[in-house]
Design a protein around this ligand. Structure first.
Ligand code: ZN
Ligand code: ZN
Ligand code: ZN
Length: 254
């Protein structure tokens, strides 16, 4: 499978509008972070996890020619607000877009995108096929996906494991039952927001402590704030096998 980091920034992205800090003024392309999302190519399928406000730009940048499904971690706007732009794939592929999410996520999508679900049949609207998932393993054709329940302050969020690859964004707590599901994962993606403690995300120190527990061969941190520091500086301070993800990074997983 091939994973492409579409965006690796926290909810405001990096640079932050009107911020003059050294990270936001950095010319290093790795300090330009769109909102967090990944594209996965696996078993002939093309999937995205989350469609944030930068979804259109991300699909154009990576030239994603086909999209078979969208899988949502949770319904915060920095993960959902690009959903309308799946219509490009509705038109090109002449199919409704399968959208996977928990009951709560799907209910929130229906509320936020009421015009899509209204009984008006306005031409040109996105066409979505909402598919409810739970904590149980599910499949998209031949692709087996194990949900990884985590907590994002008080909000339950799902990470997802595909074979040897596990993806957890927006979490500040991983219960033991999910740690068991992470046993043996070779590649882990985990949120590491900033150095200071945060109410709903792991900070760098907490994320590193989780890596110690889970022991993947390779770890990539994502959902990064401008407060974490310059990519080049932070990268030097990380232990072997741990990297900061950046937009456009591609990772091959067996
Ligand atoms: Zn987020
Ligand atoms: Zn800044
Ligand atoms: Zn969130």
């Amino acid at each position: 499978m091939k994973v492409t980091f579409l965006g690796t920034g926290t909810s405001q992205g990096v640079p932050v509008i009107a911020c003059t800090c050294e990270v936001c003024r950095s010319l290093d392309f790795r300090d330009k972070r769109l909102r967090t999302s990944i594209h996965i190519e696996i078993a002939g399928k093309s999937l995205v996890i989350d469609t944030g406000p930068d979804f259109r730009q991300q699909m154009l940048r990576e030239y994603v020619k086909r999209l078979d499904a969208v899988v949502f971690t949770h319904a915060h706007r920095d993960h959902t607000s690009g959903l309308d732009d799946v219509r490009a794939y509705n038109f090109k592929q002449n199919m409704d877009m399968p959208v996977y999410g928990t009951h709560d996520v799907l209910e929130q999508l229906k509320a936020e995108y009421d015009y899509i679900f209204a009984d008006r049949n306005y031409p040109g609207l996105p066409r979505l096929d909402l598919i409810e998932i739970t904590d149980a393993v599910f499949s998209i054709d031949d692709v087996k996906i194990t949900p990884l329940p985590v907590m994002h302050f008080k909000l339950p969020v799902l990470g997802f494991r595909f074979g040897n690859f596990s993806y957890i964004t927006d979490a500040n707590f991983i219960p033991d039952s999910t740690l068991e599901k992470l046993v043996g994962t070779e590649v882990l993606v985990l949120n590491a927001l900033q150095r200071e403690k945060h109410i709903s995300h792991f900070n760098l120190e907490e994320a590193l402590a989780m890596v110690e527990k889970i022991k993947p061969a390779r770890t990539f941190f994502t959902h990064i704030s401008h407060k974490l520091g310059l990519h080049a500086e932070v990268a030097k301070q990380l232990p072997d096998g741990v990297s900061l993800a950046f937009d456009g990074l591609q990772v091959e997983v067996d």
